[in-house]
Design a protein. Sequence first.
Length: 320
Amino acid sequence: MEGHVPVLLDEVLAILDPTPGGRYLDATLGGGGHAAAILAQAGPEGLLVGIDRDPYARERAAQRLASLPGRVEILAGRHEELDRLLDEAGLEALRFDGILFDLGISSFQVDDPRRGFTYHDPQAPLDMRMDPSQPTTAADLVNRLSVHELARIFKEYGEERWAARIARFVVERRAREPLQTAGDLVEVVKAAVPAAARRKGGHPARRVFQALRIAVNRELEGLADGLRAAVERLRPGGRLVVISFHSLEDRIVKRTFQDLAQGCTCPPGLPMCACGQVPQVELLTRSPIVPSETEVARNPRARSARLRAVARVLEGQGAE
């Protein structure tokens, strides 16, 4: 697993606290780095279920986990499909001691130019699909969507200041010839972004590539539903840990956790609760945990990581 470094690994293990014989779900298996560390602590009687949409990631993770003790089940699909995937695998009755969502893209995906995630290789195709069997690529989006839809994607998913201008330049360029490579798109972005803006904030195409990747893979769709389904799959006291890598993801995670942790919303002074709402989780992180300076120095890609965690409320807790 050269090049794959699990982010915030010590913090994940500290919160999940894997125990011998425990049952754990890695809903975004990736290269299997977090899963391997969890399974090593769960021991021969432990169970690790991993979910990933990327067949290459599943293959890599299977190789990595094969030498470890314990039972491993790897399922093909998206994390928001975990209910269906677990049911179809005959695990409908299973409740987990801990669940992990690592929403970032794996290093081996970025570093393989054939996958089209990187803006550093000008010959890389504009692909960006985590699941190569899905039909829509980044090239399809930039060559087919309207200028207004492209601007929306760049603004909403990339928080790109120059979204409208970049979208206009993309449409003007594709009228002459389609954009096919990362270099084609980088060239258009550099032409669209004023020189003064290009001199700060990192690579000028970074936000556009992020936005297209999110759009191609529908990364934000179903995230809140997936988190709620994961909570339902926890045993009482079980813990859910989520690592996000940009503000859009973190905002969804934060809001979902706050909603699940909210108890009675009745006005004060009522003789008894009328809404019947009880908290489903307890917040374990009031503010997100971020990587240490040491980790960032060792793995610069960890810089934007944010970790939030909750615990499933114990039976009867909060039900008075």
